[in-house]
Design a protein around this ligand. Structure first.
Ligand SMILES: Cc1cc2nc3c(=O)[nH]c(=O)nc-3n(C[C@H](O)[C@H](O)[C@H](O)COP(=O)(O)O)c2cc1C
Length: 231
């Protein structure tokens, strides 16, 4: 049985020809979703500014989340030295050092502590009364502060997955490429990058200018994955 690293290296060695990832003329949602691929080869000289990355993160954070608590936190790793530090932790996946940035999507298990800020802001904008806000915030504290670590992690992973997907689609719409990565040593990552104790890694996302398209999407036919009305 091959190791996770062997498997990940094999993915990188696949001969996909020399086609570059498709550049889209339009950011039509259906086209973006159809054409996004996991891209593993990047132009190492291509740089992204903080503003460009923030534009993608801003639209990504419009994703829905449980009680709008937005438990996602992002660590944007752009410095080459730090990407090199991450490389062995991420099973030597070359996209880690070649992509312009690696974004670690993290889930904050104590995201409920920001409920007052989130709902208070809606009161300030006049869209919610203080009474309704107080009710919301106290219900959130009641429901979320008593969750077990496992339950809170589950919430953070679901919401973290949604924001990750939105990030990858936003990048594609902007003419960039991504690959999500679960193949990394979580404990080593936490230690090496001083991740706060309540933040759980959801995934890493390499972001940059792809030089080789990802392989053809195969998807199971709908009749194998969809059941109508009841099992
Ligand atoms: C949670 C998650 C973890 C993944 N981990 C890795 C990874 O570590 N390395 C990698 O090369 N691809 C990784 N992938 C990418 C998948 O292999 C890819 O999404 C899948 O083959 C479908 O291809 P597509 O993204 O081009 O549609 C991961 C995808 C997801 C959603």
């Amino acid at each position: 049985m091959s190791s996770k690293q062997d498997y990940l290296n094999k993915i990188n060695e696949l001969d996909l020809g020399s086609n570059q990832p498709k550049t889209l003329d339009s950011s039509d949602f259906f086209l973006v979703a159809e054409e996004r691929r996991s891209v593993r080869q990047y132009d190492p000289t291509f740089e992204l500014s903080m503003e460009e990355i923030e534009e993608i993160l801003t639209i990504a954070t419009k994703a829905p989340s449980s009680s709008n608590l937005q438990p996602w936190r992002f660590l944007v790793i752009q410095e080459q030295e730090l990407k090199e530090k991450l490389l062995p932790i991420a099973n030597n996946q070359k996209q880690v050092t070649d992509a312009s940035a690696v974004i670690a999507v993290l889930g904050d298990l104590e995201a409920y502590k920001k409920a007052e800020d989130i709902y208070g802001d809606i009161v300030k904008s006049g869209k919610m009364t203080k009474e309704v806000k107080d009710f919301y915030v106290s219900s959130i504290y009641e429901n979320y502060s008593h969750l077990s670590e496992e339950q809170a992690t589950k919430v953070a992973m679901v919401d973290g997955g949604l924001v990750s997907m939105q990030l990858m689609l936003a990048a594609k719409a902007k003419g960039l490429d991504t690959v999500p990565m679960g193949g990394f040593k979580h404990d080593e990552f936490i230690k090496a990058f001083h991740v706060p104790e309540t933040f759980k890694p959801v995934m890493l996302i390499a972001l940059g200018k792809g030089t080789q398209e990802g392989f053809e999407k195969y998807r199971l036919p709908l009749n194998e994955v969809v059941t109508w009305n009841t099992f």
